[in-house]
Design a binder for this molecule. Structure first.
Ligand code: PEP
Ligand code: MG
Length: 312
């Protein structure tokens, strides 16, 4: 019965008492964006641009990059599309960007850090995104940087975006960004929480390891607390805070995230209907109550069990 419900579901998503929740797609190119817009995604919450260039030995020109990014804008005319600047390095090395061998690449020059060691790459990418936005009539292009760890980095990145009329945001995936959320939000217009890396860096557990499943679980109460801190700061600042990590695709955890004050969830396109169905079965008050309790849980198992009992 649930399968049939999921198959026939179409958005927009809302809780049973009518609170609208924006469900967005994670995409890596134009083809994925077109598939997402043919499904029930309301936009793109995470365009992983580095995945366009995993085999690129030389940096594509600004025009070529603009053409690639433009395909994603074109798939969602007048809808929210959040472009993430290159998250090159660690598990996603990009040949033209990452050269040096690193002992601990997850803690090395990845994401925005590459932009500081080779500023031309980030400047040209932002030029290309601005050009793609203009070519496609996008008036409000959301752009975010991965792996932001300091307020100064957020300030620098936001300045570059505003020079080009791009709306700046950051990913919250290093715990420092959640801990100082108010200060980061003074610099940028939105947050998107990357729970995959936020969990990895909070629990000191490699997200690629097959031996650490309990530690790399976003239900870890310490991770949920950091999400709560980011969401609370968003409410104080009146700025949107979304989630774009795997956690958003877990229907039960999606309810908890909404209860914590998250306003949009971005996930693999085919995960959207199951999340939409689950959100439709709960009230906003239920989500808030459960959220308040899971952040007090002793461990991830208790947190999950508590949510399951209250919401399913
Ligand atoms: C994340 O870290 O949760 C995230 C969405 O980014 P990526 O998985 O691309 O590192
Ligand atoms: Mg990440």
């Amino acid at each position: 019965a649930l399968h049939a419900e999921i198959r026939s579901w179409s958005g927009p998503a809302a809780t049973s008492d009518g609170t609208v929740v924006q469900l967005l797609a994670n995409v890596q190119d134009g083809a994925a964006a077109r598939k997402a817009s043919g499904g029930s995604a309301e936009g793109v919450g995470l365009f992983r641009t580095e995945l366009c260039f995993l085999t690129a030995k030389t940096e594509p020109s600004i025009d070529e990059q603009a053409r690639i990014y433009g395909e994603v804008f074109a798939a969602f005319p007048d809808k929210k599309v959040v472009v993430r600047t290159l998250d090159a390095g660690s598990d996603k090395p990009v040949p033209f960007a990452n050269h040096e061998h690193e002992e601990n690449p997850a803690l090395g020059v990845r994401g925005i850090r590459l932009g500081w060691t080779n500023e031309g790459i980030i400047d040209r990418q932002l030029d290309a995104i601005a050009q793609a936005a203009e070519d496609n009539g996008v008036t409000d292009p959301w752009v975010m940087a991965p792996m932001i760890a300091t307020v100064d980095e957020a300030f620098e990145f936001a300045g570059k975006c505003r020079e080009r009329d791009l709306k700046p945001g950051i990913m919250v995936e290093v715990p420092s960004a959640a801990l100082l959320a108010d200060q980061f939000l003074a610099e940028v217009d939105f947050f998107s929480i990357g729970t995959n890396d936020l969990t990895q860096y909070t629990m000191a557990a490699d997200r690629m390891s097959s031996h650490l499943a309990t530690l790399t679980d976003p239900w870890q109460p310490a991770v949920l607390r950091l999400i709560q801190m980011a969401a609370d700061a968003g409410k104080r600042a009146g700025k949107p805070v979304g989630v774009c990590g795997e956690a958003a695709a877990d229907p039960l955890l999606a309810c908890v995230l909404i209860g914590l004050g998250i306003s949009s969830l971005s996930m693999a396109t085919n995960a959207i209907p199951a999340v939409g169905v689950q959100l439709g079965k709960v009230t906003m008050d239920q989500c808030r109550e459960v959220a308040a309790r899971v952040v007090e849980a002793r461990n991830s198992r208790d947190a999950k069990e508590l949510a399951r009992t209250a919401l399913m």
